[in-house]
Design a binder for this molecule. Structure first.
Ligand SMILES: *[C@@H]1O[C@H](CO)[C@@H](O)[C@H](O)[C@H]1NC(C)=O
Ligand SMILES: *[C@@H]1O[C@H](CO)[C@@H](O)[C@H](O)[C@H]1NC(C)=O
Ligand SMILES: *[C@@H]1O[C@H](CO)[C@@H](O)[C@H](O)[C@H]1NC(C)=O
Length: 196
């Protein structure tokens, strides 16, 4: 790309980055410190069609550019649920049996899905949060790191799933929607001397 075109693309990307807190469908993205240059994605959790649950939830993923900070996932459940046993990020790929890509509840030290013991029931609000990095992702897929994870968010192929004793395959779930442009901006110095 010609230098001028490249500069224009960088500036456009920077503009897009601070724009668009809302996407059609009413999803609102959180305000995240722009200095983190973070990729932000959210998922609304509800029972899949044909199933019922008194639980609902909202998940926020913040994946800063790796030189800027560490990644976090925050989960806020509302309503009520009985005997929550596990919660994970999964890949939507059904032919691969929707494999886990990150353990969130409980956090694990090996790639072996393990039930919370005892399971967790709540009424009102239940929130939990966790940090993660390349190591947590590689545990489930040797080819995975934060860069690949961001690509999967951009592809729209990751979802969050809350498993319960009554619904071991998942009681509430939701697909991650990534805030545009869903990539880390790797730009150099801008003409005014600031850095992107
Ligand atoms: C990221 O996590 C590592 C390991 O927990 C910690 O040492 C480091 O200070 C964290 N970096 C930031 C920017 O928070
Ligand atoms: C889905 O999983 C199958 C089986 O592991 C694999 O061959 C295929 O490439 C995957 N598809 C995508 C889009 O990742
Ligand atoms: C429960 O969560 C909802 C939605 O996140 C929030 O509006 C409400 O204030 C919370 N209630 C309590 C008691 O924390």
């Amino acid at each position: 790309m010609a230098p001028l075109a490249r500069l224009a693309a960088v500036l456009l990307a920077c503009l897009l980055h601070v724009d668009g807190a809302r996407v059609p469908g009413g999803i609102t993205f959180p305000d995240v410190d722009p200095a983190l240059r973070a990729v932000v994605a959210v998922a609304k959790l509800a029972a899949p069609k044909g199933m019922k649950s008194t639980g609902r939830g909202f998940v926020t993923l913040i994946v800063p550019r790796p030189d800027k900070g560490n990644s976090t996932i925050s989960v806020a459940l509302t309503g009520s649920m009985q005997s929550v046993t596990m919660a994970h990020i999964h890949l939507t790929n059904a032919s691969a049996n929707k494999p886990i890509r990150l353990d969130v509840l409980p956090r694990l030290s090996s790639a072996k899905p393990t039930l919370l013991n005892p399971p967790l029931s709540y009424k009102g609000n239940l929130s939990f949060a966790s940090g993660f990095g390349d190591g947590s992702l590689r545990m489930w897929d040797a080819g995975m790191d934060l860069t690949r994870f961001v690509q999967l968010l951009n592809d729209g192929v990751l979802f969050f799933n809350v498993h319960t004793a009554a619904n071991p395959a998942g009681e509430i779930s939701g697909k991650f929607v990534c805030q545009e442009p869903c990539m880390w901006l790797l730009c150099g110095a801008l003409p005014d001397g600031s850095h992107c």
